[in-house]
Design a protein around this ligand. Structure first.
Ligand code: HEM
Length: 445
């Protein structure tokens, strides 16, 4: 019997993979062998496991560096200027391809496996189309509406912690950091309780598609998961059409302004919000716990000064950004923050690198939950694509951490944490923790 992924191994899918990943993969591997820093960051775990030394090297080389395929920047002012400039667009997520190949990719791409970085996803379309999609969903994420979710977020956090009461050691990511955001976003999108685990599984695969230069096997696996996700979403939309709830999707479906959205546009909006809603926040919570474990004095300070949690979350976003990079393509010859960029250049904007820019952050490699300007990070990007869920993510992380350390003041990371292998998204796959005051196996020499 064929596996779901082998069903997707058609010549058309192979052409789509070659354009979106294959060509880039060849270039990246060759460039990495030559020692190109951006290519090494994209391909070699020895570099992307800890990208920060490479960002310093890129910074020393220039405010914008180039490797023949793409340009890149770790400069805070340049990053901000590019993200906010009308001279740049998203390049439909494929700024590194010449325009005719981009168009060819859109023609051959299987519409049933579209990912968050394929148009018509809001993330990779430009105004005015982007403005329309964004307007439709942004109403659900206003500061006031998010503020009203605080009680629900707290209730979910406390319930998850109740479930862990009898377990002195557990995987913080699998049992807490991943479950909280998925429960919250599933509420927002009206996903029934018993379908959430399945959605979480697909989301993990979909997250891979953000990375550059996937292998053919990785691409097929991700496409298979996306196909299942699209089929489930079609069923979910049908269910909400028949019996609308008070969730965001039901709202969009009933909105007269959304009446002429195609089924594909609806999928793109819903699946992006769903994926972006949990695939990133899980990393923020996990990264925070790992950093606070490495800085027990700062954790103790927060436990005595709970008002400091909000700024601590900003510092985690700055110090170890859950989304490390994005890309923009220039429409025309232009100048950003004094740097020239030619028309049709693709620029990798390393958000995680810009967040360590010493021109903005004093002693940038020091983690400091009391840093006065921590919130000047670009961890949520900037400009028209500034993260739509930023206030929700901030709320979730603040509540999650305060509740976690409130319940388990002695929580410690134990055993061997494992990093996620994704490169755009940065976080932990497994973070084993103990809630005991003393961890015998580790305390004894
Ligand atoms: C720690 C958590 C999060 C981080 C670090 C994060 C980061 C980002 C970044 C960097 C972008 C823009 C990428 C670009 O400029 O190309 C973005 C966009 C977006 N995020 Fe988030 N995000 C987080 C949580 C969330 C949540 C909880 C939601 C939804 C509930 C969400 C929904 C979105 C959406 C819909 C966009 C696309 C906005 C647009 O293109 O206009 N994000 N996010």
């Amino acid at each position: 019997m064929s596996s779901p992924s082998s069903l997707l191994a058609t010549p058309r899918a192979f052409v789509a993979w070659s354009l979106a990943h294959g060509l880039q993969r060849r270039f990246l591997h060759r460039a990495a062998t030559r020692g190109d820093r951006m290519a090494r960051l994209a391909t070699d775990p020895a570099y992307y496991d800890d990208p920060y030394p490479s960002y310093d090297e890129i910074r020393a080389e220039g405010r914008i560096v180039r490797n023949g395929l793409v340009a890149g920047t770790v400069d805070h002012a340049v990053a901000n200027a590019i993200l906010r400039s009308d001279d740049f667009g998203t390049g439909n997520g494929q700024g590194e391809l010449p325009a005719p190949l981009r168009r060819l990719h859109q023609l051959v791409r299987d519409p049933d496996t579209l990912s968050p970085v394929d148009p018509p996803s809001m993330l990779v379309v430009d105004p005015p189309v982007h403005t329309r999609y964004r307007h439709l969903v942004s109403r659900a994420f206003t500061a006031r509406k998010v503020g009203r979710m605080a009680d629900r977020v707290e209730e979910v956090a406390e319930r998850l912690l109740d479930d862990l009461e009898r377990e002195p050691t557990f995987d913080l990511v699998g049992r807490y950091a991943a479950l909280l955001p998925v429960a919250v976003i599933a509420d927002i999108l009206g996903v029934p309780e018993d379908e959430r685990d399945q959605v979480l599984g697909w989301g993990n695969h979909a997250a891979t598609t953000l990375d550059p230069g996937l292998s053919w096997a990785q691409y097929q696996e991700a496409s298979a998961a996306l196909k299942e996700m699209h089929a489930w979403f079609a069923m979910h939309l049908e269910r909400l059409r028949r019996a609308p709830g008070d969730d965001l999707l039901s709202q969009v479906l009933q909105d007269p302004e959304a009446a002429d959205l195609t089924e594909q546009e609806l999928h793109a909006i819903g699946l992006l919000v769903l994926g972006a809603g949990f695939e990133t926040t899980v990393n923020l919570i996990g990264n925070a716990v790992a950093l606070l474990d490495a800085h027990p004095d700062q954790r103790a300070w927060l436990q005595d000064n709970p008002d400091g949690w909000a700024n601590a979350v900003e510092e985690v976003l700055r110090f170890d950004a859950p989304v490390q990079l994005t890309m923009r393509a220039s429409y025309r010859d232009t100048e950003v923050a004094g740097e020239r960029v030619a028309a049709n250049e693709a620029v990798l904007v390393y958000l995680g690198g810009a967040n360590r820019d010493p021109a903005v952050f004093t002693d940038p490699d020091r983690f400091d939950v009391r840093r006065a300007n921590a919130a000047d990070h670009v961890g949520f990007s900037a400009g028209v694509h500034f993260c739509l869920g930023a206030s929700l993510a901030r709320l979730e992380a603040t509540v999650a951490l305060r509740a976690l350390y409130g319940r388990y003041p002695d929580l410690r990371v134990v055993g061997r944490p494992e990093r996620r292998t994704t490169r755009v998204l940065r976080g932990w796959e497994r973070l084993p923790v103990s809630t005991l005051a003393r961890v015998p196996a580790l305390d004894t020499p």
